[in-house]
Ligand binder design. Structure first.
Ligand SMILES: C[S@@+](CC[C@H](N)C(=O)[O-])C[C@H]1O[C@@H](n2cnc3c(N)ncnc32)[C@H](O)[C@@H]1O
Length: 268
């Protein structure tokens, strides 16, 4: 079996923030607007990374408490630094075996995570297990199969034009389940009810080509991990292809778009 996850490096918080965190913070805000839940709840967040969604939950939802679980120790440390708040606790843990008591939380959320979890049904069942009756499960993943994350898709298209091996590593091929239909089916398969779904989009504007390219050279995440694995010559060739194909506006900026599919559902 091909090991397509070998470049998924989740550890260096600063590198992650430069590549993805700056956009995941924007999309977290849109997601919370969409789910629109009341104040005073006990929240659980799965795969909090460096704390993008955690920060927004604390800033705008006035939770009673937030427990966040994340397998990367480096990210847990970064989240603790980025989100110093007495209502929040950040713990090393895995979505498939949550270190949380049954029926102890009101809402379980996860941002851009489920596609990386090996057994998604198990992860969702775990979220259901720890929620009180009537609790909410809400999550979102990038629309990889629809090419919805344009900055990432451009990278993989350019990489595949130079290196056939990059085709298997591209996230649109690796994560075919990130469609609206499949996500609704997944929520339904664990017994969730009142399933709602929406596309959530954010603009991703890069000030110039370097602002686009540099985060790929930092190694945090599948595409940057692949970029860093290339020999210097190959990396320069990839950079040149991207430079030639990305549309730059008169001021040098590059305007792209990123779309996620979100689900919001209820535990019976
Ligand atoms: C794209 S990042 C998203 C991070 C953060 N939620 C955000 O919105 O910026 C994917 C995250 O999923 C986490 N992850 C991967 N496998 C996981 C698992 N089995 N259980 C929980 N989290 C996982 C990674 O460590 C990483 O932090």
């Amino acid at each position: 079996m091909k090991n397509t996850s070998r470049h998924d490096a989740w550890s260096a918080g600063d590198s992650y923030d430069a590549y993805m965190g700056r956009w995941s913070r924007l999309i977290a805000e849109r997601f919370l607007e969409w789910i629109d839940v009341r104040e005073g709840l006990d929240w659980l967040e799965i795969g909090c990374g460096t704390g993008a969604l955690s920060y927004s939950i604390l800033a705008r939802c006035d939770p009673a408490s937030l427990i966040a679980v994340e397998p990367s120790e480096g990210f847990v440390e970064a989240a603790r630094r980025n989100v110093p708040d007495q209502r929040a606790g950040f713990h090393v843990g895995d979505a498939e075996i949550l270190p949380i008591d049954d029926s102890s939380r009101d809402i379980a959320v996860s941002a851009l995570v489920l596609n990386f979890v090996l057994d998604k049904q198990k992860a969702l069942s775990e979220m259901v297990r720890v929620l009180r009756p009537g609790g909410a499960v809400a999550f979102y993943v990038w629309d990889y199969p629809g090419g919805g994350v344009e900055f990432m898709q451009s990278f993989w298209d350019a990489a595949a034009s130079l290196d056939p091996a990059a085709c298997d590593l591209a996230e649109d091929k690796r994560f075919p389940d990130c469609t609206q239909e499949r996500l609704i089916e997944l929520a339904d398969s664990v017994g969730l009810e009142e399933i709602k779904s929406a596309a959530i989009e954010v603009p991703t504007i890069f000030t110039d080509f370097e602002d686009y390219w540099h985060p790929f050279t930092l190694g945090a995440g599948p595409a940057p991990g692949y970029c860093l694995s290339l020999e210097s010559d190959a990396r320069q060739r990839l950079k040149k292809v991207l430079q030639d194909c990305l549309l730059q506006r008169a001021d040098g900026s590059i305007a792209l778009n990123a779309r996620a599919w979100a689900i919001n559902a209820e535990v019976p």
